[in-house]
Design a protein around this ligand. Sequence first.
Ligand code: CAA
Length: 395
Amino acid sequence: MIFELNEEQLAVQEAARDFAQRELKPGVIERDRDMIYPSDQVKQMGELGFLGMMVSPEYGGGGMDSLSYVLAMEEISKIDNSCSVIMSVNNSLVCWGIETFGTEEQKNKYLPKLASGEWIGSFCLSEPEAGSDATSQRTTAIDKGDHYLLNGTKNWITNGSSSKLHLVVAQTNAELGHRGINVFIVEADWDGVAIGAKEDKLGIRSSDTHTIMYTDVKVPKENRIGEDGFGFKFAMKTLTGGRIGIAAQALGIAGGAYELALAYSKEREAFGKPISKHQAIAFKLADMATDIEAAKLMVYRAAWLKDQHMDYTAASAMAKLFASEAAMKHTVEAVQIHGGYGFVKEYHVERLMRDAKITQIYEGTSEVQRIVISRNILKGQLYLPIWKGSVESFS
Ligand code: CAA
């Protein structure tokens, strides 16, 4: 086991940290408060290569590994989670989905725009009545010969108004259930696409989350991704990687809150000494640091498994489950360590606490992650070779 990052990964980590401190931190409180979409910051992320990190250079991307992407997500998420969710959806759902399963024509047409940030993408799976139960799609795409006719409503769509490309999941043959689902590349300015109002959210408030309505949208046949009926598997496979990105976001949130709490506790004095010297606070810091280290190992390993082309389904679900629960728990503790200061916006921790909540919900709730993990355990598909033989050794 080697626990060291290579030079390229260290350089990416430093570049992301520097960018977050220099460009994202100023104004992050105001953007969050007033729900201002971070247009300038997203443009800069495109210029710096953060929006198509894993896309091959052939299609205009950075050609980096998943671990580099995770490191960048983590650093950016310490500061601005509206920016990191925009980045996550574009990289690991939209670009990865098109590059892995798209045709050469689709890749050539769309990836250079998405990887450079000229276009932003969105992933349109959730519906008013199909959230965790993702097979219950009501959006339909009817085969009309040379095109599909798309009708339906998608909600909670990240990048809803800023995206120029939507990956839309729709039922093409209801009799076939999830095997009658397809996914389509839809351009936002096509006739029949309408964007609802921006959601007023608890956290990640400057990212643009919208409902999107599709009415008789003509989707050319060549914009379907994969074989007929591949759409649900496309969504599941893509989300499996997406969950590593959200796990990295949660890790960044926990890490950001911990760094703030640690610094504050060394400065703030009570009862004649820094509060970090009181056991009540020191033990909180110890628990935070321990969970963050554990989350880090899980998130980095999930990314590593993906880079090795090994099965990462359970690993990504475990990483997201653990990191998001840790982020929620420890951001609450970071606010507590800050006392009254933690309750006001100026000190950043209350924002991280609000942002943490969504990591337990989107790209599969904590409950969905437990479904994925338990099904993999029962199928014997855990990837941990060190567990092999442990039952036999007691028999
Ligand atoms: N890889 C490949 N195939 C998979 C798979 C995976 N990881 N998971 C499931 N499948 C396949 C199954 O093999 C099965 O195929 P067959 O019948 O041909 O064998 C098919 O998909 C259906 O699988 P299940 O029977 O397991 O389906 P289910 O109805 O029991 O649901 C679920 C499983 C895990 C709960 C799934 O519905 C799920 O993940 N729900 C959550 C959806 C979600 O994460 N939504 C997030 C929205 S996007 C978002 O949040 C982005 C954003 O904006 C930030």
